[in-house]
Design a protein around this ligand. Structure first.
Ligand SMILES: [Zn+2]
Length: 219
């Protein structure tokens, strides 16, 4: 059936409204698809076959806006840069880093900004092998400053859950800390909790192995 011009316009308006409504209600890319893309990028990093990036073109295309699907909270450790580990270009990852990936108010506020204003629908909380912050927290020694205490104090409860004499105790503490931070993001932030409850946000817990280069999804 042929539609007149007015009918075509009305149909287009209805379709546009429907598509826009869907886009408002749910992320345009699923959390599974986003993780699959991250895992594929990490696999390229692991095998040394990273994709060539045209940073000049990317930079120019992103001058006015950014819409990163993924936010990453990771340790500041020089060996764990998320953009490199996931073989990501400009505009793909909104990255927040602190020693021991702790979640103070500034960190949570940064993640809220990514979710609320940039449309990020996945937050990856990533710990890693041989984390110095976790090692310091679990050593039980006194820090040299109140600021260093602020880094290690939030990790201490995770140390208590692992028997220091057991092999792999540090790794257990790293993984427990990642889990605690992921839970804290929801308990400390009404905005992130609301987005999660409305299925607009998925929090993924992850662990990076320095030995293999692989990022493993924990939860
Ligand atoms: Zn670390």
């Amino acid at each position: 059936m042929l539609l007149g011009f007015r009918g075509s316009v009305q149909l287009a308006v209805i379709l546009f409204s429907a598509i826009f409504a869907v886009a408002q209600d749910s992320p345009s890319v699923s959390a599974d698809q986003i993780w699959n893309d991250l895992a594929a990028g990490n696999q390229r990093f692991v095998t040394g076959k990273t994709a060539p990036e045209d940073f000049v073109a990317q930079r120019k295309a992103l001058i006015k806006s950014q819409h990163p699907h993924t936010a990453v909270l990771s340790c500041s450790d020089s060996r764990v840069p998320p953009e490199t580990l996931f073989d990501a270009g400009l505009g793909q990852l909104f990255v927040v880093r602190s020693a021991g990936e702790d979640d103070d108010a500034v960190v949570i506020g940064s993640l809220e900004y990514a979710v609320e204003h940039l449309g990020s629908s996945v937050i990856v909380v990533m710990g890693h092998q041989s984390c110095g912050a976790v090692t310091a927290a679990c050593s039980g020694g006194k820090s040299e400053s109140v600021n260093l205490d602020a880094v290690t104090a939030p990790i201490a409860p995770s140390c208590a859950k692992a028997d220091a004499n057991q092999p792999g105790a540090l790794d257990l503490a790293v993984r427990d800390h990642v889990h605690r931070v992921a839970q804290d993001l929801l308990s400390k932030s009404r905005l992130l909790k609301k987005a999660s409850d409305e299925h607009k946000l998925t929090i993924i817990e992850a662990y990076y192995s320095l030995e293999t280069g692989k990022v493993t999804k924990l939860h």
